[in-house]
Design a protein around this ligand. Structure first.
Ligand SMILES: NC(=O)C1=CN([C@@H]2O[C@H](COP(=O)(O)OP(=O)(O)OC[C@H]3O[C@@H](n4cnc5c(N)ncnc54)[C@H](OP(=O)(O)O)[C@@H]3O)[C@@H](O)[C@H]2O)C=CC1
Ligand SMILES: N[C@@H](CC(=O)OP(=O)(O)O)C(=O)O
Length: 329
């Protein structure tokens, strides 16, 4: 298989490279792609140096598969050109996620719906992936009626520029600002652009993508997305109301039996998920699970995952593995 990674020098692209090595995925050729300023520079992969290519050159090489991780504009401009030429595309951006003809895949949940006919598979938003990983097994058992989410998103969610701003501010250096305010020693209730009704695009992605992955438009979902000065790992405070009542021990058991989830929930020993415990881990962590006594059939919980792992690169590489396993490529 010839594989192109578009956005290979980015926060997500670099983790994709690590995962391909960790998982020992066999590649005939790797085509690393980045912006003009990186063309000709080299990346290390499996102890070899490989030259970074332009997207134009890579297009002419007709890779079997491409993982796009370079922003929505690149995906909109180039995505269909690649698929028309026969490349199977796994797209990490928001460009195609809500397109009715494209599947939005978290392999543990709806990977089984991928078919040989799919030429472009969309990878969900990072906050959405960790949310649905925990909520879906509970939805199957108790049917979710309402979800209230507050996210605490790390600066790596904004790519290299987010990390640079935080690091420069920590070191009291001059910096380009990608956030409206200082992020060091601050918390900013603003991720992505606002719409006319006051919600941010990040908040809407959580709502719309979750409904699409669950194939259920009726769940009530509301969200607030917050940027925090954390380097790796998004956290989420969740309040859920179910249609059916639950037994809290059974609910914990469901979560601890679900592949890809780690239950970290023992308050007597101060065991709960935190970003510093989840970095560079492919799983989603859940804890602080407790009944919400203010409403019937309701629950609070806390979810953490590395946004550069399961939130993006890991999920994309799992899709690739699924395609390989099913001989779709
Ligand atoms: N970070 C996260 O937590 C998540 C990110 N995503 C998505 O992943 C994508 C990448 O994010 P991230 O890695 O954080 O971003 P970065 O800003 O860290 O990296 C962007 C990458 O895109 C490349 N690039 C920019 N312009 C072009 C171009 N014209 N042609 C080819 N390559 C180009 C950059 O190359 P160069 O180094 O040369 O500038 C770099 O490799 C985005 O679509 C984002 O929405 C999805 C979920 C989570
Ligand atoms: N917006 C996310 C990361 C990201 O790039 O998301 P998306 O792929 O949905 O644009 C964050 O800020 O943490």
């Amino acid at each position: 298989m010839n594989l192109a990674i578009v956005g290979v020098t980015g926060m997500v692209g670099r983790v994709i490279l690590n995962l391909l090595e960790e998982k020992k995925i066999f590649l005939k050729n790797l085509y690393p792609v980045a912006s003009k300023k990186s063309i000709g520079k080299k990346i290390f992969f499996k102890k070899k140096k490989i030259k970074i290519l332009s997207i134009e050159e890579t297009f002419s090489l007709k890779p079997d598969v491409a993982i796009f991780s370079a922003g929505a504009e690149i995906s909109k401009k180039w995505g269909m050109k690649f698929t028309r030429k026969g490349t199977l595309l796994i797209d990490n951006s928001s460009a195609w996620r809500m397109n009715k003809s494209k599947k939005l895949i978290v392999p543990e949940i709806n990977g089984k719906f991928i078919s040989k006919r799919d030429k472009l598979i969309a990878n969900p938003n990072c906050s959405t992936i960790q949310l649905v990983m925990v909520l879906y097994p509970l939805h199957l058992k108790y049917r979710i009626k309402n979800i209230t989410i507050s996210t605490y998103q790390s600066v790596t969610g904004s790519g290299k520029k987010g990390l640079d701003q935080l690091r420069n501010e920590e070191d009291r250096k001059k910096t380009k600002k990608i956030y409206s305010f200082k992020i060091h020693r601050n918390v900013i209730p603003h991720c992505d652009k606002f719409d006319d009704y006051g919600s941010s695009k990040e908040e809407l992605k959580l709502i719309n993508e979750t409904k699409k992955i669950f194939s259920n438009k009726r769940i009530g979902i509301t969200s607030t997305s917050i940027r925090v000065p954390i380097v790796g790992g998004h956290s989420e405070s969740i309040n859920l109301t179910f249609k059916n009542d639950f037994d809290i021990n059974e609910l914990r058991q469901i979560l601890s039996n679900t592949s890809g989830l780690i239950l970290m929930d023992n308050i007597k020993k101060n065991i709960y998920p935190m970003p510093i415990l989840c970095e560079e881990n492919n799983n989603v962590f859940v804890g602080r699970i407790r009944r919400d006594f203010s409403k019937k059939k309701s629950l609070n919980m806390w979810i953490v995952s590395d946004n550069l792992r399961k939130g993006s690169a890991t999920n994309a590489v799992q899709i690739l593995e699924y395609l390989i396993y099913n001989k779709f490529i």
